[in-house]
Design a protein around this ligand. Structure first.
Ligand code: ZN
Length: 368
């Protein structure tokens, strides 16, 4: 009998890496980021929603005078607050900058026409992004110094509709959104963010890779048309114990589906907290050997009885991320749902003694 064929040789990966161009990307904004990421673990801010909850805003707060007569309920539409309570949004940005965030996210997770359609506010999507970017940029500039620059990441969320999963259990082929609609919605969002002055883009909480690809495509088109080139961070979310994102890919498959975008960093956020994310961030940090790694988990598992909706104290989340940093997985660390400025300050302190990833076995990222 002939011996069975050997599994694919490990050199397969490095061979594939060699095919890719190694020419560094020249960014027109956020140019300092690649060098900073080699020097230390950068800190990204925590949850916007958790902080908005603390303000206990009413339906009237969300509406303001501008949307007083809008026919649908608006409470919970956090992106509307850039118009009606900009003071709240800007104060949250400042709290995270004060806590030590190098990167803050715009309040635009749901500011696409696709997501805003649920409130009958799709027509305001572009303006929401411009305004959100301006609020974040103003706060970041106030805290920036030559020694310690701060950056604004324009956040692009997954939208409530998915291009590769059916909303109807009886019809697996049904879709309530298509690639081109998502591409157009992300293009509009990104144009607003660019106009408002963001330094980089962050495609986050990716649970459907096809939605993320629509965002990547829109960003590429926009950058080609505008002549701007901004760093892009791509962040997926693993929500089940088999280590797959909702649309079915493992983190390795996800990385290979998006690496053509040559992101500044790829990573994981949200989901079930840091403890359950560990094997996946480890896997990604080994696989994605030509880019930086970001990680900003939720404050553990959801708990409706807790004030923030999540259980982990700042010490617990920071302790888990410290272990990731010690293991050499991290270039960007922060928090997602349930994390607060107290969590971010604790994380910043916990990871500060450790060198960022990429100075060891996997070499320096070539994207930089
Ligand atoms: Zn989250």
């Amino acid at each position: 009998m002939r011996p069975s064929p050997k599994p694919a040789a490990p050199e397969h990966r490095s061979a594939a890496s060699k095919i890719n161009p190694v020419k560094p990307i020249t960014y027109t904004r956020g140019q300092a980021l690649p060098d900073l990421l080699k020097q230390r673990i950068l800190i990204i801010d925590g949850a916007m929603g958790t902080m908005i909850q603390r303000h206990k805003l009413s339906e009237a707060d969300y509406r303001g005078s501008r949307f007083a007569d809008h026919p649908r309920d608006l409470k919970g539409n956090n992106e509307l607050l850039q118009f009606t309570r900009p003071d709240v949004i800007e104060s949250i940005h400042r709290a995270y900058l004060e806590a030590g965030a190098d990167l803050i996210e715009t309040n635009t997770f749901g500011a696409t026409s696709v997501a805003q359609d649920d409130y009958g506010l799709a027509a305001y999507a572009r303006e929401m992004n411009v305004q959100a970017a301006r609020l974040a940029v103003r706060a970041a500039r106030d805290y920036s110094t030559p020694e310690r620059p701060r950056f604004v990441a324009g956040a692009l969320g997954p939208t409530p509709r998915t291009a590769s999963i059916s909303p109807d259990v009886n019809d697996p082929g049904a879709r309530n959104v298509h690639f081109d609609e998502l591409r157009a919605a992300y293009r509009e969002q990104a144009e607003g963010l660019l106009e408002g002055g963001v330094d980089l883009f962050l495609v986050e909480t990716i649970f459907d890779t096809l939605n993320a690809k629509a965002a990547i495509f829109a960003l590429d088109e926009l950058m080609q048309d505008s002549g701007e080139r901004l760093p892009v961070i791509l962040s997926g979310t693993v929500t089940d114990a088999s280590g797959r994102i909702l649309s079915g890919q493992t983190v390795g498959a996800f990385w290979h589906s998006v690496r053509h975008a040559r992101p500044l960093a790829v990573g994981l956020n949200c989901a079930l907290g840091a403890a359950l994310m560990r094997p996946y961030i480890e896997e990604l940090s080994k696989l994605a050997d030509d880019t930086f790694i970001s990680c900003y988990p939720n404050a553990g598992l959801p708990n409706p009885m807790s004030e923030t909706g999540f259980d982990e104290t700042p010490e617990v989340t920071a302790g888990l991320l410290e272990e990731f940093a010690r293991s050499g997985f991290l270039n960007v660390a922060g928090g997602c749902c349930g994390t607060t400025p107290e969590h971010i300050a604790a994380i910043a302190q916990a990871v500060s003694p450790y060198k960022p990833r990429c100075c060891g076995a996997f070499g320096l990222p070539r994207a930089a």
